[in-house]
Design a protein around this ligand. Sequence first.
Ligand SMILES: CC(C)(COP(=O)(O)OP(=O)(O)OC[C@H]1O[C@@H](n2cnc3c(N)ncnc32)[C@H](O)[C@@H]1OP(=O)(O)O)[C@@H](O)C(=O)NCCC(=O)NCCS
Length: 164
Amino acid sequence: MLHIAPPLSPDDWRWLADIWRREWGGETVVTKGHMHRLTDLLAVIAWNEDARVGAATFAVGRDACELISANSMVVRKGIGTALLRAVEAEAQALGCQRIRLTITNDNLDALRFYQKQGYRLTRLYPGGVHTSRKLKADPPEIGRHGIPIRDELEMEKELCSPAA
Ligand SMILES: CC(C)(COP(=O)(O)OP(=O)(O)OC[C@H]1O[C@@H](n2cnc3c(N)ncnc32)[C@H](O)[C@@H]1OP(=O)(O)O)[C@@H](O)C(=O)NCCC(=O)NCCS
């Protein structure tokens, strides 16, 4: 049975750091020229019984929440959807009116996934990855499906106002 919880223990944070190192090349992620450090972010972890099976990290601004990372250890089992629901609920509870995220041009699975979750494309940053590489020598030149990684795509979803 899947459940979502914030990281509570040092083990949870160590596991998150491992995921980031493996999936994002370190404990920082650069989007749109800004560096995000794992330790500065809020996070949720997906658990299946007593196993960690996914994680999402996010930052809460004045009126928008920025989703920084989402990772499923087993794809197409509903983990990503559950993580997104949890982040959206938390963002809404913290007063955010919208949630935003950035993906790279090669991430076709994420492009499909987020659109089906109600996210709209809001901005294109042509060559945005080049700018990000100046701050962090990552990601690689060639990404998923053999597509050169060059551009950043911003996506956004309006969150409903909390019930009065
Ligand atoms: C993007 C990502 C987080 C999605 O996670 P996920 O766990 O696969 O997400 P879900 O299982 O909830 O949904 C994915 C698809 O599986 C389908 N699905 C969900 N449960 C399913 C099941 N039991 N059987 C079959 N399909 C199922 C969903 O309908 C969805 O289909 P869609 O994309 O056509 O809408 C995941 O692919 C991932 O970790 N990618 C690598 C990291 C990344 O790129 N993250 C995004 C940028 S931050």
